[in-house]
Design a protein around this ligand. Structure first.
Ligand code: SF4
Ligand code: SF4
Length: 291
């Protein structure tokens, strides 16, 4: 069975993906690994890894198709649609606005003439990219929402299922930032979640929210302080302990980390003996021992 760990964070811009990718590269030295990038609105693990995505598969949801020859223009479909995806001016034929449709099928159920059939529309893609870097092998599964699309959850679910279907012994999930529904979907099944934060008042505020969510989901939480040194770590430690979590690593603000980010080579590959790379190596070992 795949053992699953997530890297998450209440706030965007905390360096969550950089931490996920470097951690994945160290975990891949110890375990057969699939890295699932489920931050589907802005997946960037492949950019940090410097690889091109492969194995594209569309993610589709149901889209109603109206057979106008059967339609009596009764308007029932528009009335039942709570996303406003069907417009039906009185006595006129209805029209579907695909981008607003959630695929709930309510319109099909209420149509008295059986005039609505099931079509599909593409809302995003998943990818499965085999990666070989620095002697490590990783399968990167990426979920990507189509531009302008609003229905995020089905793409997260599709990405998670595709990552699970790889059948690797270990899965590291990179979730979106925040504590929304799509983050919960990405976290599902995790034995451990690593909450990435920075020691600032905003970081603390968002850390509290993600720790609350992890508590509700009964997922063990560890905290990694990124950009350590820019604020009060004591407050982060105190907050973590209030939620039964512990600070397992601190990553100082570093020019070398920034250089690796800019050059597109993760620091554990660029400078394997850098103190920051050693933090990732130690953390990977601890994770494998515990999960
Ligand atoms: S499937 Fe649901 S959301 Fe889409 S048009 Fe029909 S009722 Fe509206
Ligand atoms: S419910 Fe059926 S018959 Fe009525 S307007 Fe919609 S498609 Fe036409």
């Amino acid at each position: 069975m795949t053992r699953k760990v997530s890297v998450t964070g209440g706030k965007g811009g905390t360096g969550k993906s950089t931490i996920a990718v470097n951690l994945a590269l160290e975990l891949a030295c110890l375990e057969e690994l699939v890295l699932a990038d489920l931050d589907v609105e802005a997946p960037n693990d492949h950019i940090i890894l410097g690889v091109k995505l492969e194995g594209e598969e569309p993610v589709t949801i149901m889209l109603p198709v109206i057979e106008y020859e059967k339609c009596s223009a009764c308007g029932s479909c528009a009335k039942v649609c709570d996303t406003g995806a069907i417009i039906a001016p009185k006595g006129r034929l209805p029209m579907v606005l695909p981008r607003l449709c959630s695929g709930c099928r309510a319109c099909m159920l209420v149509c008295p003439n059986n005039a609505i059939r099931e079509g599909r529309r593409v809302i995003g893609f998943t990818y499965e990219t085999p990666i070989s870097l620095g002697g490590r092998r990783i399968t990167l599964v990426t979920g990507m929402l189509r531009e302008g699309e609003e229905h995020v959850s089905p793409v997260v679910v599709a990405g998670r299922r595709r990552a699970e279907s790889v059948g690797a012994r270990f899965m590291l999930v990179d979730t979106a930032a925040g504590t929304g529904n799509t983050v919960s979907i990405a976290l599902e099944g995790s034995k451990l979640a690593i909450a990435v934060t920075e020691p600032t008042p905003l970081g603390e505020h968002d850390l509290k929210l993600i720790l609350e969510l992890l508590g509700e989901m009964s997922i063990e939480a560890w905290v990694v302080v990124n950009r350590a040194g820019i604020g009060s770590e004591e407050r982060v430690r105190k907050l973590a302990s209030q939620y039964g979590a512990r600070v397992v690593a601190r990553i100082p603000y570093s020019r070398r980390l920034l250089e690796s980010y800019v050059s597109g080579v993760p620091i554990v590959l660029m400078r394997p003996e850098d103190p920051i790379s050693l933090v990732f190596r130690k953390l990977a070992k601890e994770i494998v021992e515990v999960v």
